[in-house]
Design a binder for this molecule. Structure first.
Ligand SMILES: [Zn+2]
Length: 414
């Protein structure tokens, strides 16, 4: 793990032990004080659903949060940082990205912005470039975007395979990703591999057989692009079930381009997340509201394909849990910026600023079935971002402005 990239939990939670007989412990405590507004995401610790504390402080002990409260009551620590009126939020949890790839699709974006519609077929361009790239090229590209995300406040980042589409290329994508995040997703079922264009059933057999065998050791999750032009309900069911049998937990690309079976399938299989959720029937909304499957909305995709926005308000009013994520990928959403997604969600998807901040932090954690990240409360991982703003509302109020001034991950400044 490199020190300046967002990861999953990564290293074990334990702190380095003090050297026996040493006068000094390796464990150090750091206080951050005079925080204008601290977002804890724990309503028992502060005001409203975000658990806001004004003129706040927090204490980092090793890789964990040890204490939060008002500055006047902060305990003594080994070191100290004065936030001087900046806001502090939990580091963003970006629960959906596609960052193991090579190649460039600038021309496709430009053409689309000139009127051509988005289809799943553009993925083939990236598949060809990714297969042709070396492991070193793929890793260098991944690290570039992980650093870019970290600079914008992301401290946990899921990423997927899906541009290899052979057992060898999918496994190496996941091996490269797993060196930098534990939130890795097997997406062999991104599209039917070009060699299987006339034999989609044969491709499903490959995905559920040798490809899954090669990939399962490097993946936590299994995902399918359940969409016209990609995989239908029965194919998606077979692939997600095979992944489940190998210990992977499902998540689904669902209902992005058209109404379809993806959301219902995700809920039926107890997927952690149904992602996109742009075209939903009332029954789809009810299913998401009644199950444990998070509705992960990816406004960068709608922005970059000039498509209809997902209706976050409808999902929230029905009682569904909503996460926001970037879907960062070279085709349909080439942004790594969670603040940008927050701004879009507030402007165009009916979310309040507070709801969007929660969805980009605790919501993302929920979509990854984590409770150690996405919160700033005693025991949480010390993953946080300082904002050059008095309030997290500025993430939506000041769109496009780089407000993140410092990021800490696992108690270390990155
Ligand atoms: Zn995606």
């Amino acid at each position: 793990m490199t020190p300046n990239t967002p990861t999953g939990a990564g290293a074990p939670a334990g702190r380095p032990a003090a050297t026996p007989g040493s006068a000094h412990s390796a464990r150090t405590t750091t206080a951050i004080t005079h925080i204008s507004t601290l977002v804890t995401n724990d309503p028992s610790l502060g005001e409203g659903p975000l658990g806001l504390i004004q003129d706040a402080a927090l204490v980092i002990d090793g890789d964990r949060i040890a204490w939060v409260g008002v500055t006047s009551k902060a305990p003594a620590t080994d070191s100290h940082l004065d936030a001087a009126g900046q806001a502090v939020i939990p580091g963003f949890v970006d629960s959906h990205s596609h960052l193991v790839f090579a190649g460039d699709r600038t021309a496709e974006f430009s053409a689309r912005m000139s009127g051509r519609p988005y289809t799943a077929g553009g993925i083939r361009t990236t598949v060809a470039a990714t297969r042709a790239a070396s492991d070193e090229q793929l890793e260098a590209n991944l690290l570039r975007y992980l650093r870019e995300a970290a600079r914008q406040g992301t401290t946990t980042l899921e990423t997927k395979s899906g541009y290899g589409l052979t057992p060898h290329d999918e496994a190496r994508a996941l091996r490269v990703a797993a060196a930098h995040t534990e939130e890795t997703t097997f997406l062999g079922a991104h599209i039917v591999a070009p060699e299987f264009a006339d034999d989609p059933a044969g491709y499903v057999d490959l995905v559920t057989g040798p490809m899954l065998d090669a990939c399962a050791p490097y993946a936590r999750w299994v995902d399918v692009f359940c969409e016209k032009g990609a995989f239908d309900r029965d194919q998606a069911h077979a692939i997600l079930s095979a992944g489940k049998a190998r210990g992977l937990t499902p998540r689904v690309h669902a209902n992005q381009l058209t109404y379809g079976p993806g959301v219902q399938l995700a809920v039926e299989l107890d997927a952690a997340s149904a992602d996109h959720c742009t075209h939903l029937t009332d029954a789809d909304v009810d299913a998401l509201a009644s199950g444990d499957t998070v509705a992960t909305l990816l406004p960068g995709a709608e922005f970059s394909t000039r498509a209809k926005w997902p209706d976050a308000r409808r999902l929230l009013d029905a009682g569904a849990t909503v996460a926001l994520s970037t879907d960062c990928n070279p085709g349909s959403s080439f942004t790594s910026s969670m603040p940008f997604c927050i701004a879009l969600a507030v402007r165009d998807m009916g979310m309040t600023p507070d709801e969007a901040v929660w969805a980009a932090t605790a919501g993302g954690a929920r979509a990854l079935r984590r409770d150690d990240v996405g919160y700033l409360r005693p025991g949480s991982r010390a993953d946080l971002a300082l904002l050059d703003a008095p309030s997290p509302v500025h993430l939506a109020y000041r769109p496009g402005v780089p407000l993140v001034t410092a990021v800490w991950r696992g108690g270390q400044r990155v």
